[in-house]
Design a protein around this ligand. Structure first.
Ligand code: ADP
Length: 498
C-alpha cells in the first residue's frame, strides 16, 4: 500500500496543530490540569519533542468522574439505544474520514509504520466503532422459567455498569482506546479515558472529533497524564464502577489492588509470551513469513506477538534460517518513510528494556542467529533478533520483552501432550499459533493449549467480532465480540409472583 498523502505537508499541519499545550477533555470542555503542569511527548524516530500535554492527576480525575456520573445519570441514559448507536456509528465514520491524519499522528507519536497505522490502527478503529454501534440496539436480557412454588414471571435486564475508567497502553494508542470506548458506549456507560503518557495525541484528536459530533458533555472525558498519578487515581476512585485496562501484567496487578476499595469491576488485557508451533507438514514458506511478521510487526510491541517459536527438529533449521533471513532484509527506519519495514521502539525506556533483555540473554548463554543489539543511529531503534539455545529459566525466554526478539526452540517427537506442555510452560496465556496441514493435530492442539486465542495457519490480526483475552496472567475478561460488549454490563434479575 503506498502512502497517498504529501507527508511532509501533513506532518507540518499536525505539529502545528499540537504546537499549543494540549488540554484535558472534561465535561465537554478543554481544561488545563488543575496543577497547571504539562509533560513533553517525544517522536520515537528522532527523540524530538512534538507536544506538551496536560499532566492530569487526582483533582482532574475527580472532576472527570463527576462529569461522567452526571452524563450517565442524565442525558446519556435518556437516549434510546438507536440514538446512541447512531452517534457511535458517526464516530466510526469520522475516524475513517480522518484516516490519513490520525495515522500520521500515530506514526509521529508512536513510531509505527505509516502504512500499518492506516491499514490497521485507524481502519480497524473505524470498523470497531461501527461494529459496536450495532450492539447498542441488540443487548438484551432473557425470560427464564423458574421452579419455585407458585407462578412467576422472571427475567433479566442487561444494564450498563456505569462510569468506566479506560486505561490504555502506547502500542496501538487509538485502536486500544477504541477497543474499550466503543463497547462501553454501546452498553450505555460513560467513560474517563486515559491514554498512555508516551502516546496521548490520537486520543486528544479523537476527543475533538467526539466534541464535533455532539455527544452529550461528560460522556467521554479524556485525562492525559502518568500512570502513577492519573491512572492510579482512576483505578482507586470510589465512584468509578469499572476499570478496563490494557498493559503490562505488573501494572495490571497494581490496578487490581487499587480497585479493591469499592470492588470495582476489572477487565485486564495483559502481557503474553505466545508460542508459534510449526509442525513438519506445515506450508513452510507461509509459516516462516507469518512467524517473522508475528514477532516483528509493530517492532514486537504487541501483546499477541508470537515470541517463542517451537519448530519440529526436521524443519527447525529451515524455519529459523528463514525467519533470520526475513529479519536481515528488513529496512529499519522512521515509520513515516514508505519503504521502512521496522520502525523504532516507542521510547528510550523501552529501548533500554529491550536491549537489557538482549544483553541478559547473551550473558545467560543464548546464541544470536541474527540481530542482538540496538541500531547505531538517533531514535529508539533495535535490530530484529532471533535467539536459539535458550533454556526455560532465562529471562528472554520467560518474560515478555515487548520488542522484536524471537526465541526459537525445536521439538523432537510427535507427542502432542509434550509439545503442548512446552508451549504452555509460561505464566502467560494470551495467544498461540499453529502451523500444520493435519486437521486432527490442529484441533487436538487447540484444546491442549492454555491460551485465550488459538490461530491455525494464519497470521496474528485480530477481528472485532472475535472475543480476545487471556488465560492465566494474561488477563481477566474478554474484549471484542458479544463478550466484549457484555463486559460493560451488569445483569439484573427481576422476579414477579403472578
Ligand atoms: P508499559 O510498562 O509497557 O509502559 P504500562 O502497563 O505501564 O505499560 O502502561 C499501560 C497504561 O497503564 C498506561 O496508560 C500507563 O500510564 C498506565 N499505568 C501505569 N502505571 C499505572 C498505575 N500504577 N495505575 C494505573 N495506571 C497505570
Amino acid at each position: 500500500m503506498t502512502v497517498s498523502i504529501d507527508v511532509s505537508a501533513e506532518e507540518k499541519k499536525i505539529t502545528t496543530h499540537f504546537a499549543r499545550p494540549q488540554r484535558l477533555l472534561i465535561g465537554g470542555k478543554w481544561l488545563d490540569a488543575a496543577s497547571g503542569e504539562t509533560f513533553p511527548v517525544h517522536n520515537p524516530a528522532d527523540g524530538g519533542v512534538i507536544a506538551q500535554v496536560a499532566a492530569g492527576a487526582k483533582a482532574d480525575v475527580d472532576l472527570a468522574v463527576r462529569a461522567a456520573r452526571a452524563a450517565f445519570d442524565g442525558p446519556w441514559s435518556k437516549m434510546t439505544p438507536t440514538q446512541r448507536g447512531k452517534l457511535i456509528w458517526k464516530l466510526g465514520d469520522a475516524i475513517e474520514a480522518h484516516l490519513d491524519e490520525l495515522a500520521l499522528i500515530e506514526t509521529i507519536d508512536n513510531g509505527k509504520l505509516l502504512r500499518m497505522a492506516k491499514m490497521i490502527d485507524v481502519a480497524n478503529s473505524a470498523e470497531k466503532m461501527r461494529y459496536c454501534a450495532g450492539w447498542a440496539t441488540k443487548l438484551s436480557g432473557d425470560t427464564i422459567d423458574v421452579s419455585l412454588m407458585g407462578t412467576w414471571h422472571s427475567y433479566t435486564l442487561r444494564e450498563p455498569v456505569g462510569v468506566v475508567g479506560l486505561v490504555v497502553p502506547w502500542n496501538f494508542p487509538l485502536m486500544m482506546a477504541v477497543t474499550k470506548l466503543a463497547p462501553a458506549l454501546a452498553a450505555g456507560c460513560t467513560v474517563i479515558l486515559k491514554p498512555a503518557e508516551q502516546t496521548p495525541l490520537s486520543a486528544i484528536r479523537l476527543g475533538e472529533l467526539i466534541q464535533e459530533l455532539g455527544f452529550p458533555d461528560g460522556v467521554v472525558n479524556i485525562v492525559t497524564g502518568f500512570g502513577e498519578t492519573a491512572g492510579a487515581a482512576i483505578a482507586e476512585h470510589p465512584d468509578v464502577d469499572k476499570i478496563s485496562f490494557t498493559g503490562s501484567t505488573e501494572v495490571g496487578k497494581i490496578i487490581l489492588g487499587a480497585a479493591r476499595g469499592n470492588l470495582k469491576r476489572v477487565t485486564l488485557e495483559l502481557g503474553g509470551k505466545s508460542p508459534v508451533i510449526v509442525f513438519p507438514d506445515a506450508d513452510l514458506p507461509t509459516a516462516i513469513m507469518e512467524a517473522a511478521n508475528n514477532i516483528f510487526f509493530n517492532t514486537g510491541q504487541s501483546c499477541a506477538a508470537g515470541s517463542r517459536l517451537f519448530a519440529h527438529r526436521d524443519v527447525f533449521d529451515e524455519v529459523v534460517d528463514g525467519v533470520a533471513r526475513f529479519a536481515e532484509k528488513m529496512k529499519i527506519g522512521a515509520g513515516i518513510e514508505p519503504d521502512t519495514d521496522l520502525g523504532p521502539l516507542v521510547s528510550q525506556e523501552q529501548l533500554d528494556r529491550v536491549t537489557g533483555y538482549l544483553q541478559a540473554g547473551q550473558r545467560d548463554g543464548a546464541q544470536v542467529v541474527t540481530g542482538g543489539a540496538r541500531v547505531d543511529r538517533a531514535g529508539y531503534f533495535v535490530q530484529p533478533t532471533v535467539l536459539t539455545g535458550t533454556t526455560a529459566d532465562m529471562s528472554v525466554r520467560r518474560e515478555e520483552i515487548f520488542g522484536p526478539v524471537l526465541c526459537a526452540m525445536s521439538f523432537k517427537d510427535d507427542d502432542l501432550d509434550q509439545i503442548a506442555a512446552e508451549a504452555n510452560e509460561t505464566s502467560y496465556g494470551l495467544a498461540a499459533y499453529l502451523w500444520t496441514q493435519n486437521v486432527s493435530v490442529a484441533h487436538k492442539m487447540a484444546r491442549k493449549l492454555k491460551a485465550g486465542s488459538v490461530r491455525i495457519n494464519g497470521g496474528g490480526a485480530l477481528d472485532h467480532a472475535i472475543p480476545y483475552g487471556g488465560y492465566k496472567q494474561s488477563g481477566w475478561g474478554r474484549e471484542n465480540g458479544r463478550e466484549g460488549v457484555e463486559e460493560y454490563t451488569e445483569v439484573k434479575t427481576v422476579m414477579i409472583k403472578l
